[in-house]
Write a protein that binds this ligand. Structure first.
Ligand code: SAM
Length: 263
C-alpha cells in the first residue's frame, strides 16, 4: 500500500464508517492499509481500565499511560518499525524505522489547527497513527514518551470541543486519504477545490438549465471557456471576500482582473 493508517480508540466501532465509500475502495484496491485497534486490548485488569482520576484534582478522568504505550508499541512492532520492540535475540532494538519515524497524530483541542496544507503534508507520508483520546485526554507522559518514537503532531480540527478523538481522526483521515494519488478517480477534481489555492470554490450547477424558474447563469451555457474561467474566478473571489476575508488577505498574487472583480 502507498500508506498505512493505524487508529487506536476505546470505540473501534466508531471507525467502521471508514470502510465505506472512497476510503473503503482504496483499502480494497490495496492503496491504503487501515488498522483499527481497541485500546482495551492493552489492559490486563478485570475491568479493562483505561482511565483514572487526575493528579492535582479537577473534574473528569484522565487516560492512563501504560495501555497507550503498549498499543503504540504493538503498532510499531506490527508495522515492522525498529523504533521500539524486541530484536531477534530479545534485545531492545533502537533507531527509527527506514524512511524516518512514523507520524503520531493526537487529536486535541489544544493542538495546531488542521488545514489543507497539513493534509497535503500528511498525504506524502507512509505511516500515520491516530490516538483517539476520550474523557479529559491522555496522561502527558505517554505523549512525551511517544515523541521519541514518532513524529508527534497534536492536531485540533477547530476551535470547539468534541467528546473524543474518533470523529476528529475521521475528518483528518478523509481529508488526507483523498489526496493520495489514485484514491480519487479524477485527480483534476482535486485541483479546482476550495482551499487548494486559498480561494473558496465557485457555485456549481447541473441539469436542468431551468429549475423551478431559476436559470443556470447564461455564461455557463455559452461554450466560451475563457469567459467561463474568468466568471468562475470572479465568483470565487467574491465568495471568499464575502465569507472568508481572512483567506483573501493571505493572497499576494492577485491580478488586475482579480482586483477589479473585488471592487
Ligand atoms: N480537556 C481537554 C481540553 O480542554 O483541551 C478536552 C478533552 S475532550 C472532552 C476529549 C477528547 O476529544 C480529546 O482528548 C481529543 O481527542 C478530542 N477532541 C475534542 N475536541 C477536539 C478538537 N477540536 N480537535 C481534535 N480533537 C478534539
Amino acid at each position: 500500500p502507498q500508506m498505512s493508517i493505524d487508529i487506536v480508540s476505546i470505540f473501534p466501532e466508531y471507525l467502521a464508517g471508514l470502510q465505506l465509500s472512497l476510503i473503503g475502495k482504496a483499502v480494497d484496491r490495496g492503496q491504503l492499509s487501515l488498522g483499527v485497534h481497541d485500546l482495551r486490548d492493552f489492559t490486563f485488569d478485570r475491568h479493562n481500565t483505561v482511565d483514572d482520576s487526575p493528579y492535582g484534582g479537577g473534574a473528569g478522568m484522565v487516560m492512563k499511560a501504560e495501555p497507550w504505550a503498549l498499543a503504540l508499541e504493538h503498532i510499531l512492532a506490527e508495522r515492522g518499525s525498529a523504533a521500539v520492540g524486541e530484536g531477534a535475540d530479545g534485545a531492545r532494538t533502537a533507531g527509527p524505522a527506514a524512511g524516518g519515524k512514523p507520524t503520531l497524530i493526537v487529536p486535541s483541542p489544544a493542538g495546531q489547527v488542521f488545514d489543507q496544507r497539513i493534509a497535503e503534508d500528511l498525504a506524502a507520508r507512509d505511516h500515520l497513527v491516530f490516538a483517539c483520546g476520550r474523557y479529559e485526554g491522555i496522561d502527558q507522559r505517554v505523549i512525551d514518551w511517544a515523541g521519541e518514537h514518532f513524529d508527534l503532531l497534536p492536531m485540533s480540527i477547530g476551535d470547539y470541543v468534541l467528546n473524543g478523538g474518533e470523529v476528529a481522526s475521521m475528518v483528518m483521515i478523509e481529508a488526507v486519504s483523498r489526496l493520495i494519488p489514485g484514491v480519487i478517480g479524477n485527480p483534476e477534481s482535486l485541483t479546482e477545490e476550495s482551499h487548494e489555492d486559498g480561494l473558496l470554490e465557485y457555485p456549481i450547477y447541473t441539469k436542468p438549465a431551468s429549475w423551478r424558474g431559476r436559470k443556470v447563469p447564461e455564461i455557463l451555457l455559452s461554450g466560451n471557456h475563457a469567459a467561463i474561467a474568468r466568471w468562475r474566478r470572479d465568483r470565487r473571489l467574491e465568495r471568499t471576500a464575502d465569507v472568508r476575508p481572512d483567506l483573501l488577505e493571505k493572497l499576494d498574487d492577485l491580478s488586475k482582473d482579480d482586483l477589479a472583480a473585488l471592487e
